[in-house]
Ligand binder design. Structure first.
Ligand SMILES: C[S@@+](CC[C@H](N)C(=O)[O-])C[C@H]1O[C@@H](n2cnc3c(N)ncnc32)[C@H](O)[C@@H]1O
Length: 223
């Protein structure tokens, strides 16, 4: 099926609340496991950046997993960042974690360069997906570790609906609708390989990591 765009930002208050309160335990745990597995060159300390961090759960998980890291999360949605700040206020990590409001690609960040750049479920929101890869190149240190995970577009609308029912059958309608629209807006692995080639990131790897997720990982080139 063809890609159908959805709005980039999740800045509606009800939408942000439904997302922040949903159960993403399984994919978010998978994300941190993938980072440990696929990004061994990250030295455990140094600055990490999460692009499109939403309510910040993955930022906080990474900060817990790497106790000597510093982690910045950036998102364009003030509604999402309110949930991120609220989670941070009880996490005891405010000396190592910052949330910043900003829109890709026009970002102003507190660090010039990051030793690891990650992103989960942002790519399918972007109307111009190349801005993700450009941003990674702009803010990634030489040899920085990269991990991007996202939904993979199913072959048919019927398969997208099956996935929604299997993984979000009991969730509120607003979340199920978002999930369905996200599956239809997502990319196929071959499309992402093309994006990476165009961005000069052809050395990054792309593979399916679950029945509905794909991941892109590797190291940025060294100059
Ligand atoms: C599906 S959510 C994923 C949130 C988080 N990464 C997670 O895994 O829970 C996508 C997030 O990307 C943000 N976003 C979309 N386009 C953006 C852009 N151009 N710049 C900054 N944030 C953006 C949305 O506001 C939303 O919070």
């Amino acid at each position: 099926m063809d890609r159908i765009l959805e709005p980039e930002l999740m800045d509606d208050a009800d939408q942000a609340r439904a997302y922040a309160e949903a159960d993403f335990e399984e994919p978010n745990r998978l994300f941190v496991e993938l980072f440990r597995d696929k990004c061994p060159a990250y030295p455990g300390k140094g600055a990490m950046l999460d692009l499109g961090c939403g309510p910040g759960d993955i930022v906080l998980r990474l900060a817990h997993a790497f106790p000597r890291s510093r982690v910045d999360g950036v998102d364009g949605s003030a509604a999402m960042l309110r949930f991120a700040e609220s989670a941070l206020s009880t996490a005891g990590l405010d000396n190592r974690v910052r949330f910043i409001q900003g829109m890709l690609p026009e970002l102003a960040l507190p660090e010039d360069r990051y030793q690891a750049i990650v992103s989960n479920s942002l790519l399918h929101h972007l109307h111009r997906p190349e801005v993700l890869w450009q941003t990674i190149c702009r803010f990634g240190d030489d040899g920085a570790q990269v991990l991007v995970m996202d939904l993979s577009r199913p072959q048919t609308p019927e398969r997208a609906m099956e996935i929604v029912e299997a993984y979000a059958g009991e969730e509120p309608l607003v979340l199920k609708t978002d999930f369905y629209n996200s599956l239809r807006a997502a990319f196929e692995p071959a499309e992402i390989r093309l994006q990476l080639e165009k961005a000069g990131l052809g050395s990054l790897q792309v593979a399916a990591v679950s029945d509905r997720h794909l991941a892109v990982w590797g190291r940025l080139p060294t100059s």
